[in-house]
Structure formats: structure tokens, C-alpha cells
Design a protein. Structure first.
Length: 470
């Protein structure tokens, strides 16, 4: 494909600059050697499969598993043969993964691991880490994507209740040191006592920062994480014990990027009302609207609140009938938000954090944990505008593919029971938000986790800008 344009010869375009555009990685180079002020150039673009992918799993205080999945073979552009997937951490082990399938491996307590895909298995690779904690001090199902380092993002968790603790796990997967700041924000703004700045991680180092118990001003705490250099892989664990009664535990690794319109699918209402936390990062107060929409299209909750600049606040979704909802958060200024669900309002329960999910304009997937007692799974899809999407459910007995229509005014729920991997691909030009809700039971009480699907590139494009001839 050739695209023509005009550039000034005095401007150099750096070779090797990587850009992500939809589901394709693009690299541009320009030949600016011709001594002319203005000239015409042509862009020659070629596509090829990815050959090397690394996904970081931060690990947790308890032992768990890593699940890995490969994108449906029919979605791959000129799939390469061969390839390998390894899990590096305490030990290095080869994972036996077939294209379009899924597999899993043990994840020791307190250890970070990296899933490395090479050759033909690098394309369309996703991974998650899972812990089912049932110790005397914590209980809950935690499922978090393994992904790429971040330099700037918001995480939500912790609170002022006795026995509630937030732990931020940081892993430097880069080749140079990185410095991390974890700024804790509450109703009074930045809390200097809870904030941790200047944490230095050497290459390959893993650190855990214990951020709570929080005071009353941090009942709706938000954590703003920033990192230098190549960034840091991070996850936040919210662990809550009311005396000797477990309230729940969850780990989130998907940072929220502030925006004026946010979407949070898969929020569960039970006898406990869900809670939406909203942070306003800027210097102007935010007028924030929170709406909960059911799969039938009913607006079951609608409230407008004013949140001061540089603070965070909570909006309880009171009065919701039991069920699953899509929560829309809009502000007149960019905001960050996430929602917490509980399996019940009393007794032994579990909690789940649902971060705002970015819309995917290309293939997105999740490797689903296996072996959870009483496991149930459901996929919720929403769309900013009406679109269609292909949903692929991979189970131990085979693969099921269906095309669903996602309206712009309400969420849809797709059953994916027995899945070891779930993949979603919106129609060309469309976008979808996708979250998987995972339930289970242990010790005669419910387990709950929600996890967003991760968009993954299926090819990379190299574009070279050269002087047009003729």
C-alpha cells in the first residue's frame, strides 16, 4: 500500500519509533537526505506476524496459577509455524501451548513471572494470574491480567474499615532501574502519610508496598501510580477481614486512564450495593454522572455528584435489583473510576473490583482460570455505537464461535460456561468494552472476580517513507 504526503526535508523522523494503532503495531522511518525544502514522499507498508511478546505477572502473597491462551487460528494473519511459550520466574519452564488453545502453570507465592512468547506463538498471546485465597487472614478469588509495564495510571482499593489492607506490588521487568511514586488520594486530596514516593526498583526486582490501614479521609481511596523510564508492572490487592469474618480479597492490574467518558461492565448487585469510586485528577472540580444500565436497557441508577479537584469520592449504587450491570461514568473533566461489588452484605463474602475498561477496536481475549470450585463465567459486552462482534469460546471439548449484535444503549451478556479462553473481535470500524465475571463457591460461601479482556495485536506493520519517484 502506498500513501503520498508532503514533509519538510529539515524535519527528521526517528527510525524505529513504535506506535500502536488499533490491533497493529506500526514503525515509521523516513529518508530526509534530499536537499529540498518540500518534497513528496511515499510510504511502503508491509505486515508481518509478531515474533516476540512478554507479559508480566506480578504474583501475590499466596500461591496460584498462570493461565495462557493463544488467539483463534482463523484470526491470525499469515500464521507462522513453530514458536514457543516459556514462563520465567523462580524457575524457567516450557509451556505446551497449541495455537487457538490454552494451558496453565503453577505460580509460587511472592514470585513475579513473565510469559514469553516467541515465533509463531507470540502472535495473539494473553495471560492471567489467579489466586484462590482461603487462609485465616484473607479469603477471596483474585484474577488479574498479565500485561505490559505502565508509566501512569490509577488503581482503586483499600478503605478505612478495620482489617482492610491495600498492597501494591511493583515489578521492574526492564533492563534499567525505575523510580515509582504511589500517590494516595482521598476526600481531602493527597494523603501525605499514606503516599509512598521515590521507590527505586532495580532491573528484575519485585517490591510490595503496604498502603493501609487507611484513615477516614481515605474511605474511597484512589492510588495514582507514576514510574520513570520503561515503567513498571503493578497490581493492587484489596484484602478485607472484619474481625474473624472474611469480607473478601481481590487483585487488579489494569490501570485506569482518566477520560470524560468511562465504561465499567460487569458490576454485580446483591444484598450489598456496589460502590463506584471516582478520582478527579485535575485542578478543576468534576461534575460527575454515574448511571447503571441493566441488560434489558433499564437505567436502574442515575446520579450526578460534584467531586472537588484533586480528590476522590464514592457513589454507592443503592436500590439496584440483584443482577449484573454496565456502569457509565461521565464527567465535565477527565476522571478515573472503578466499581466494587460484594457477594453479600453480611457473613463470609467476597469482593471484586471492576476498573473502567478501554474500548477494544481489535481482537481481545482472556485466559480463564480453571479448577475454581463451583465455577461460573459470563461475558458482558457494551459498545459506544451499535456494532457486531465475534465471540469465540474455547473449552476442553472444542471451540464455539458466534456473532452477536451489541447495541449502543444497553449491555449484553454472553454465556461462556466451561471456557478456558474467551476471545472477542468487533466488526471492522466497531469498538466494544468486554469484561468477564467469574463466580465460584468455597466453604459454603460465594467467590467473585471480574476481569477485563485484553486487546492484543495480531500483526505488526513496518512503514518506510522514501522519496517518491517519477
Amino acid at each position: 500500500m502506498k500513501v503520498f504526503g508532503v514533509v519538510r526535508a529539515t524535519v527528521a523522523v526517528a527510525a524505529g519509533t513504535g506506535l500502536v494503532w488499533g490491533a497493529t503495531q506500526v514503525t515509521d522511518t523516513a529518508d530526509a537526505s534530499r536537499p529540498a525544502d518540500v518534497r513528496q514522499v511515499a510510504a511502503d507498508t508491509t505486515s508481518s506476524a509478531l515474533s516476540d511478546v512478554s507479559l508480566s505477572c506480578t504474583g501475590a502473597e499466596s500461591a496460584g496459577q498462570v493461565q495462557v491462551a493463544s488467539a483463534p487460528t482463523g484470526w491470525l494473519v499469515s500464521p507462522a509455524s513453530g514458536g514457543s511459550v516459556t514462563l520465567t520466574g523462580k524457575d524457567t519452564q516450557q509451556l505446551h501451548l497449541a495455537r487457538g488453545a490454552a494451558t496453565d502453570a503453577a505460580l509460587p507465592a511472592g514470585v513475579a513471572s513473565t510469559v514469553v512468547g516467541k515465533g509463531g506463538l507470540a502472535t495473539g498471546l494473553v495471560a492471567t494470574q489467579t489466586q484462590v485465597d482461603h487462609s485465616v487472614t484473607a479469603r477471596g478469588l483474585a484474577v488479574a491480567p498479565c500485561g505490559s509495564p505502565v508509566q501512569d495510571g490509577w488503581y482503586f482499593g483499600g478503605g478505612d474499615a478495620k482489617g482492610r489492607v491495600a498492597r501494591l506490588v511493583l515489578v521492574n521487568t526492564g533492563a534499567t532501574a525505575t523510580t515509582v511514586n504511589a500517590t494516595v488520594v482521598g476526600t481531602g486530596g493527597v494523603d501525605a502519610a499514606a503516599t509512598v514516593t521515590g521507590t527505586v526498583l532495580a532491573p528484575g526486582e519485585r517490591k510490595t508496598l503496604v498502603l493501609g490501614d487507611f484513615g477516614s479521609s481515605l474511605a474511597s481511596a484512589a492510588i495514582h501510580l507514576t514510574a520513570t523510564g520503561a515503567g513498571v508492572s503493578a497490581s493492587l490487592t484489596d484484602s478485607w477481614l472484619d474481625g474473624e469474618t472474611p469480607v473478601g480479597e481481590d487483585t487488579t492490574s489494569s490501570p485506569v486512564i482518566p477520560a470524560k467518558e468511562l465504561d465499567i461492565p460487569g458490576v454485580s448487585a446483591t444484598s450489598a450495593a456496589p460502590e463506584v469510586r471516582v478520582a478527579v485528577p485535575g485542578k478543576a472540580e468534576g461534575i460527575v454522572r454515574v448511571r447503571a444500565i441493566s441488560p434489558s436497557g433499564e437505567v436502574a441508577f442515575d446520579k450526578v455528584s460534584t467531586i472537588p479537584a484533586g480528590t476522590s469520592g464514592a457513589v454507592p449504587l443503592t436500590g439496584l435489583p440483584t443482577g449484573s450491570y454496565d456502569v457509565q461514568v461521565t464527567g465535565d473533566v477527565p476522571v478515573a473510576a472503578a466499581a466494587m461489588s460484594r457477594t453479600a452484605s453480611s457473613g463470609t463474602t467476597d469482593l471484586a473490583w471492576s476498573p473502567a475498561v478501554a474500548a477494544a477496536n481489535g481482537p481481545a481475549g482472556i485466559a480463564v482460570p480453571v479448577g475454581i470450585p463451583g465455577s461460573s463465567t459470563a461475558l458482558m459486552l457494551t459498545a459506544p455505537t451499535r456494532t457486531k462482534a465475534d465471540v469465540v469460546t474455547v473449552t476442553a471439548s472444542g471451540t464455539d464461535t458466534k456473532t452477536v449484535e451489541v447495541p449502543a444503549d444497553r449491555p449484553i451478556v454472553v454465556g461462556v460456561e466451561g471456557a478456558v479462553a474467551v476471545w472477542v473481535r468487533p466488526a471492522r470500524g466497531g469498538q466494544v468494552h468486554a469484561t468477564l465475571t467469574i463466580g465460584g463457591r468455597r466453604d459454603n460461601a460465594a467467590l467473585l472476580a471480574t476481569v477485563p479482556l485484553q486487546q492484543t495485536p495480531l500483526s505488526q506493520s513496518t512503514k518506510r517513507l522514501v522519496a517518491a519517484r517519477g
